[in-house]
Design a protein around this ligand. Structure first.
Ligand SMILES: Cc1cc2nc3c(=O)[nH]c(=O)nc-3n(C[C@H](O)[C@H](O)[C@H](O)COP(=O)(O)OP(=O)(O)OC[C@H]3O[C@@H](n4cnc5c(N)ncnc54)[C@H](O)[C@@H]3O)c2cc1C
Length: 468
């Protein structure tokens, strides 16, 4: 006797959507990824992922999850022009606490334009047997009721004919603009508790072609010090494919970058160190400035909703969207996909799978959320609405983090422990393990660096620019 084929529907073909397609394909006969945009063939910007014009770094914690779903994908990314950088050896970084010594790598990050990262992963998703990507089509609602979501309604973009697409599991991977909370309210499920931490961060990004003598310069980041009581200003020069630099500047409420091309260099010159401004002095801008204000930390506590329908799962930014400065969003989305995969392995599509899935998703996002909001809380004018008690008492924790932050700059062992957490490779709680405390106590601090830790060759490259 044959049973009806099972179907999973994924809302959105961004980071989480492209990853969850693979996970679902192991548990249902057919996966349909519904994406509002017409998906380009290669690495091109698209409307549904406006953040894609800004610098996106993929930490090793997330990269490993993506590699586990699509073996070989990291090599494909590098072959397509992305770079895998050793952390800290390949970075020149001023953190809140000072310049970071360039210790031997203990973790890595993958850098490239977001459209490049997406296009490579998306190609792998589309090749999974049983997966169909329906683009140029939007999900307009859920079918079912408060007890069970039975599918979605979809409509071609610009068309007016909606049709139903039944599903055994619907996964919302629709990103920051997800409508799930409102749709649940239409089903009679009450308001979903929400945390918001909004430092008013504004991003401004422009692509440059570096002058030939700076083509091999490493990634440079200059971060604000959140402890000064003034707005924070950050800058990042990220080498990406085609020999370009993606330069992202950002500022919190009261010190935001504008979207005017003419203001870009002046804003860069006002960072805590002039190195970014110096690098840009002879670089050729190849795009206008793109601005983004969609940066606030917002976390929906679906795990605490008064009820949750069988058939529905919500992942990635649709649950928790983070301040992007720490580069955790894609890794956080990947962690939620892994959490769903683990649950599906245990329960299949049984009601127990859905009953606890949002608690597992919340657990997967707890660390990235904590890392994203902790410093933001200190910025002037930060708008805060918190239901999570874990964030309401940060004073003691901040003192410990400050100690660690200083030691991590100058001691390789502490740096490695800190980087494990920053790269989302180990939980935040690992910092309180005896080994880390011992390393902190016996730290052999290298001298504090007054200037960027450049090699002799890099210093010559920079001097050639300054001398002209
Ligand atoms: C300025 C900025 C910079 C960032 N920098 C970094 C970084 O350095 N590193 C990092 O890891 N993360 C970064 N992020 C975060 C990262 O972009 C997100 O965390 C990540 O894209 C989340 O993936 P997602 O799949 O949840 O959503 P998305 O990747 O945004 O995908 C959502 C998809 O759903 C589609 N969609 C939405 N609604 C519908 C619908 N109704 N029907 C059909 N399709 C729909 C959209 O078109 C889109 O394709 C940054 C974010 C911003 C705003």
């Amino acid at each position: 006797m044959s049973s009806d084929p099972t179907r999973g529907v994924v809302i959105g073909g961004g980071t989480a959507g492209a990853l969850v397609a693979q996970v679902l394909a192991r548990h249902v006969d057919e996966v349909v990824v519904v994406e509002r945009d017409e998906l380009p063939d290669g690495p091109h910007d698209r409307k549904g992922v406006p953040q894609g014009r800004h610098a996106h770094l993929l930490w090793s914690g997330g990269a490993r999850i993506i590699e586990s779903l699509y073996p070989g994908v990291l090599d494909e990314l590098v072959a397509a022009g992305a770079r895998s950088l050793g952390v800290q050896s390949d970075l020149v970084s001023l953190t809140a606490y000072g310049w970071q010594h360039r210790f031997d790598p203990s973790q890595f990050m993958v850098v490239g334009s977001r459209p490049l990262l997406d296009s490579v992963v998306r190609r792998r998703a589309a090749a999974v047997p049983g997966v169909t990507v329906v683009d140029g089509t939007e999900v307009t609602g859920f079918t079912g009721d408060a007890d069970r979501v039975t599918g979605v309604t979809i409509r071609p973009v610009g068309g007016d004919e909606a049709r139903e697409l039944p599903a055994d599991i619907v996964v919302d991977a629709g990103g920051r603009g997800s409508r799930t909370a409102a749709r649940l309210q239409e089903f009679g499920i009450g308001h979903v508790p929400e945390d918001v931490v909004d430092s008013g961060l504004v991003y401004a990004t422009r692509r440059f072609r570096p002058p030939p003598h700076l083509a091999a310069f490493p990634l440079v980041s200059v971060y604000a010090d959140h402890r000064t009581g003034t707005p924070g200003r950050n800058g990042l020069v990220m080498p990406i494919e085609d020999g370009q630099w993606l330069v992202t500047l950002s500022g919190t409420r009261g010190d935001e970058p504008t979207s005017r091309d003419d203001d870009f260099l002046e804003f860069a010159a006002g960072l805590r160190h002039p190195v970014v401004g110096r690098l840009l002095a002879e670089a050729e801008p190849i795009t206008p400035v793109h601005q983004s204000r969609s940066t606030k930390n917002r976390r929906l506590h679906y795990d605490r909703a008064e009820s949750w329908p069988t058939g529905l799962v919500c992942l990635g930014d649709a649950v928790a969207a983070l301040n992007p400065v720490y580069g955790h969003g894609m890794s956080s989305a990947a962690r939620t996909v892994r959490a769903l995969g683990n649950r599906l392995r245990r329960h299949g599509l049984a009601p127990e799978m859905f009953a606890g899935v949002q608690a597992d998703v919340a657990a997967a996002q707890a660390d990235p959320w904590m890392l994203a909001v902790s410093q933001d809380l200190a910025y002037p004018g930060c708008r805060i609405q918190l239901v999570d008690p874990a964030l309401q008492d940060t004073a003691g924790r901040n003192e410990f983090v400050n100690l660690l932050g200083v030691a991590a700059l100058r001691d390789p062992q502490v740096s490695a422990a800190y980087t494990e957490v920053a790269s989302l490779s180990s939980p935040v709680t690992s910092l309180q393990e005896p080994g880390v405390i011992a390393a902190l106590r016996s730290a052999q601090l290298r001298p504090a660096l007054e200037e960027p830790p450049l090699s002799a060759r890099e210093r010559r490259m920079l001097a050639a620019t300054v001398a002209r």
